[in-house]
Design a protein around this ligand. Structure first.
Ligand code: PRX
Length: 700
């Protein structure tokens, strides 16, 4: 039993969990969906059974075109640094573009929908994608001097230029590292320095919520911050949002900054042979937050990753070339890499890219887009669903679109939100998959197989083919299905999409993901190295998993991971702040939001000004996405006798939950003082609270 879960009232027995999770009825896919699905034969379970591992994953690798076939499906000789499809060679850009030309050259590969509704939609055919990727690859190689194995950082918004530049890098074997466009220049600079990028690709501006954002200014900050970290960025390539007017007031730095469209004039019509890369060559880095302050660059492979996202796009997303598929995530997150760009394009799909926010200019926008483009597969997060439901509960009914398939990803979805998704957005016609996975994983881990397994609102479902999860308690005992007990979800076996390492920090890779449940650090047998995901979960007797949330100091805001340590260090950069603690607070729309507690230095008086400085510091070091729900200036932090801040108590106060025993604290009186500051004098009725908050900040 995980520590802290067995203490009296807070034990997550079924009755307790039922406050948030009732056992839901199965819902079955329509015969129409099953009839057309790629995967409708339950024999897949047999093909991917444990005794067929790892060879079962040949089925995914065979979806790709290899320059050279591999000789070893899985090499575990340097466990837990897994190598998939060893000996094989391929190119990701060739697989996503060139090979489709024969059959699909005139079919749309990508459709760009600008946020302003009066700007025209742009459809890019596979032929034109091929032309553009080649030209950009030639420019990156010959103008920017990039070569195989180099890293390049992107800070690009959701426009066609992002996937084009990704695929151009992949063509050269250059490792791209896209930083979410909404992150600050400083966050971008830190990541660029960590990856050792000397080229930054950005855009002058883009639209968000009706505003034209000046984005180029962030690049200037990024270059400066990278320099302070010891990384020189000597070229900044700036795509332009408009051909006829500037989107940024920031000046171009001579000899460093170049407008891509001007440079590209030299490369019109140029072709670049795709570099034949070893299967285990890195394809890209994707930074994510963890328990320590520094974001981690998750390194994903070429062959294993591409095989896994192609396989899961086919079997779980059911994307056929004739479908119009729209994933509303940002390509700056792993969901966008795997399920807007690489997976769908590997299958010759038509993938839609929308620039802006779903509720702009009103909550009918996504449904107008779906109707106009005839989208039939839709993919989004619970936060977006909650927002669309709040802003326009009846909107979808007004539009004539029909989805066959819908996905939810990134955070747990409440059954009532799931029902609205199913009945109102999906019109009762579309099958839903609730996909659980992480940046580190490359692709889905748990989800129903849409034409085979029934849906159960609020449960991610069983594992996807070839994935074998297990729930362990803190003592390494397996928690069986149907026991009504929660624990740490792990995956018993490696899979092709799993990241290869943390860029530049292999020790942290082992320590964070494998050490906890490793049976023998010298073992070369994958059975000794379960992957620790960092999520709490339960398994119902039917084998379906319910993901309960993070077990570490990570806050999942609107489906995006923020490390509390990153937020706290941003607070500590404000001169007046002595101590900071950040905790998650439940939010109706975003799932969780960060709430900041700070104690000020002696002699400093609390003021609105200090609060504003803290919010500003968070926004500039991380980005607006990390904006706290509130900032609480407290006289002192609740602490253990050894001086550790008790974040769990602050989280309980913020969420009106049972605070538990505080008598052993160094300063127990402060707890009631803070409680009154936050909740008022009256004692509010305590709530049970979700699992990730109950466990939050617990000492382990
Ligand atoms: O806590 C889990 C939650 O999101 C975390 C991973 O976040 P990130 O690496 O940003 O990747 C998000 C998109 C893959 C997980 O550790 N999470 C993700 N999907 C689900 C989920 N929680 C519940 N249900 C899901 N379907």
């Amino acid at each position: 039993m995980a520590k802290g879960l067995e203490q009296g009232d807070s034990a997550p027995n079924e009755a307790h969990i039922a406050v948030h999770w009732r056992e839901e009825q199965y819902i079955y896919p329509s015969p129409k969906f099953v009839g057309q699905a790629y995967l409708s034969d339950p024999a897949v379970n047999e093909r991917f059974s444990m005794d067929k591992f790892p060879e079962c994953f040949r089925e995914y690798a065979d979806l790709l075109s290899w320059d050279k076939y591999w000789h070893t499906t899985l090499d575990t000789s340097n466990a837990p640094f897994w190598k998939w499809f060893v000996g094989g060679r391929l190119n990701a850009s060739y697989n996503c573009v060139d090979r489709h030309l024969e059959k699909y050259k005139n079919k749309a590969a990508l459709i760009f929908v600008p946020e302003p509704e009066d700007e025209p939609i742009i459809a890019l055919t596979y032929q034109e994608l091929y032309n553009r990727v080649n030209e950009v690859a030639a420019m990156l190689r010959d103008f920017a001097g990039l070569k195989t194995g180099d890293r390049v950082t992107f800070h690009l918004p959701m426009t066609l230029e992002l996937p084009i530049t990704m695929l151009a890098c992949a063509r050269l074997g250059v490792i791209h590292s896209q930083v979410f466009g909404g992150f600050s220049g400083e966050a971008c600079g830190m990541r660029a320095a960590d990856s050792g990028s000397r080229v930054l690709v950005t855009m002058d501006g883009y639209y968000r919520s009706g505003r034209l954002i000046d984005h180029k200014a962030n690049a200037d900050v990024a270059v400066q911050v990278a320099k302070e970290q010891g990384q020189e960025i000597d070229k900044v390539l700036v795509w332009r949002r408009f051909r006829d007017k500037p989107a940024s007031a920031a000046p171009m730095v001579k000899g460093r900054d170049y407008f891509v469209d001007e440079v590209l004039k030299e490369y019109v019509g140029r072709k670049v042979e795709p570099e034949s890369m070893p299967a285990e060559a890195p394809l890209f880095l994707m930074y994510t937050s963890g328990t320590t302050g520094r974001p981690k660059g998750c390194q994903h492979s070429t062959g294993g990753y591409l095989a896994y996202v192609a396989g899961t796009s086919k079997y779980i997303q059911d994307i056929h070339p004739e479908d119009v598929y729209w994933c509303m995530a940002d390509i700056g997150w792993i969901t966008g890499h795997s399920y807007i760009v690489y997976g769908p394009l590997a299958l010759a799909a038509t993938s839609v890219i929308y620039e802006g926010v779903p509720t702009w200019p009103d909550a009918g926008r996504p449904w107008r887009i779906a109707e106009r483009l005839n989208v039939n597969i839709f993919h989004t997060s619970p936060t977006s669903i909650r927002m669309l439901r709040k802003a326009g509960p009846e909107e979808p009914k007004k539009y004539n679109y029909h989805f066959k398939h819908m996905t939810t990803v990134g955070e747990p979805i409440e059954p009532e939100v799931w029902q609205w998704y199913y009945e109102v957005i999906g019109k009762g016609e579309a099958v839903i998959v609730d996909t659980w996975w992480q940046t580190e994983n490359g692709g889905f881990l748990c989800s129903t197989k849409p034409a085979i397994d029934p849906m159960k609102p609020g449960s991610a479902g069983p594992a996807v083919p070839g994935i074998y999860p297990v729930i362990y308690d803190e003592e390494h005992n397996e928690i069986p299905a149907g026991s009504n007990r929660a624990g740490n979800i792990c995956i018993r076996n490696p899979w092709p999409g799993i990241f290869q390492t943390i860029w530049g920090d292999p020790d942290r890779y082992v320590a964070q993901y494998y050490k906890k449940y490793n049976r023998d650090p010298k073992s070369k047998d994958w059975r000794d190295w379960p992957y620790f995901a960092g999520d709490g979960a339960m398994q119902a007797s039917d084998g379906y998993y319910r993901i309960l949330g993070r077990v570490d100091d990570v806050i999942n805001v609107a489906g995006h991971r923020l490390g509390t340590k990153e937020l706290e260090s941003a607070c500590l950069m404000v001169a007046e702040v002595a101590e900071a603690a950040v905790v998650p607070v439940v939010d109706d729309l975003r799932g969780r939001m960060p709430e900041v507690y700070v104690a000020l230095k002696p002699g400093v008086k609390p003021s609105k000004h200090v609060e504003e400085k803290i919010v500003h510091s968070i926004e500039t070091t991380i980005g607006k996405i990390a904006r706290p729900k509130s900032v609480r200036i407290v006289p002192d932090m609740p602490k253990t006798r050894s001086g550790k801040i008790m974040r769990r108590i602050l989280a309980a106060i913020s969420n009106t939950m049972d605070i538990g025993d505080t008598t052993t604290l160094l300063n127990p009186d402060i707890v009631e003082e803070i409680r009154q500051m936050v909740q008022g004098k009256e004692r509010l009725a305590t709530k049970a609270g979700p699992e990730d908050i109950r466990r939050f900040g617990e000492e382990t």
